[in-house]
Write a protein that binds this ligand. Structure first.
Ligand SMILES: [Fe+2]
Length: 286
């Protein structure tokens, strides 16, 4: 007992969390609800929810136990010196704090069958089946999928320099967006369908053979930051690491650490004459 007490007193306690004991500990009831569905006993195969044209144009192994894959080959190199990534990171966190309300989260409305990505309805978009797999009879919800999003004009003076980094996209056919993923939040695993891009450009049907997405981490990896790209789990990424998020590869991310995680994405249609990112830049410093 004496030892236990000693340990107890040596544990630092924040004054914010000292209990006032307004409620009897023994009277505590669960404060969460029972799941209103059964967890799957077998495996959900996400491949069956992906648009057939994406599966056809961008074949991928879809085997979670495959070890001889080359999913990590989508890493292109390090662009730490190409931009003021730390300046941008500080600016976007300040902007998120000023706003306070995460712009994006996923929400399934059981009463109507609609699902929403923030205030955008996503019911009849190409992500539909993948979203239903996660949101209907599953545990993703508006609480654990929140993130702050800054896109295009919202970048203010950062916008043009960010656009200039990727001349392979046509100016009107390109979007740049930054996500601040707060601790405790997840981007459920998916294959990109470029829904935001389609919504913005008004294209009725996307040409998945020409659409590309590139991603840069503007800050070093920190504890609890997860990103799986196919069968490759990214770890200890560095400021400026550039990834070619090739279409058709299943990916997702989560933040179980105490620090926000930031990613920036460029999405759009490749201009005529431009090839894959690796062909454009060759072997880069990594
Ligand atoms: Fe994605």
């Amino acid at each position: 007992m004496a030892i236990r007490q000693k340990i107890k007193f040596r544990t630092p306690i924040s004054p914010d969390v000292i209990s006032t004991h307004t409620q009897k500990v023994s009277a505590r009831k669960p404060v969460i609800d029972k799941l209103n569905f059964k967890l799957t006993e077998d495996r959900h195969d996400p491949k069956t929810k992906v648009l057939p044209e994406i599966l056809e144009q961008h074949p991928w192994h879809w085997d979670p136990m495959k070890t001889d894959h080359n999913d990590a080959s989508c890493f292109i190199g390090n662009w730490a010196k190409n931009f003021d990534w730390e300046g941008l990171s500080k600016w976007c966190i300040r902007k998120a704090n000023e706003h306070g309300l995460p712009e994006k989260y996923w929400d399934y409305d059981e009463s109507t069958g609609d699902f929403w990505h923030g205030t955008d309805i996503a019911t009849n978009t190409p992500i539909r089946e993948q979203a239903l797999l996660m949101l209907k009879n599953n545990t993703f919800n508006k609480h654990n999928t929140q993130y702050f999003k800054i896109a295009n004009k919202e970048f203010e003076h950062w916008e043009q320099p960010l656009r200039d980094l990727f001349p392979q996209f046509g100016e009107e056919k390109m979007g740049v967006s930054l996500f601040v993923q707060p601790p405790g939040s997840m981007h459920w695993s998916h294959v990109d369908t470029y829904t935001s891009f389609i919504r913005r450009t008004g294209d009725a049907k996307a040409d998945y053979s020409r659409l590309r997405r590139y991603m840069i981490f503007p800050r070093d990896w920190d504890f609890g930051h997860f990103f799986h790209y196919g069968n490759h789990c990214m770890n200890q990424w560095r400021t400026g690491d550039l990834w070619d998020l090739k279409p058709g590869i299943y990916h997702g991310s989560a933040n179980s650490g105490p620090t926000p995680k930031i990613t920036i994405h460029w999405s759009g249609e490749l201009k005529e004459g431009y090839g894959e990112l690796k062909e454009e830049y060759g072997k880069m410093e990594s």
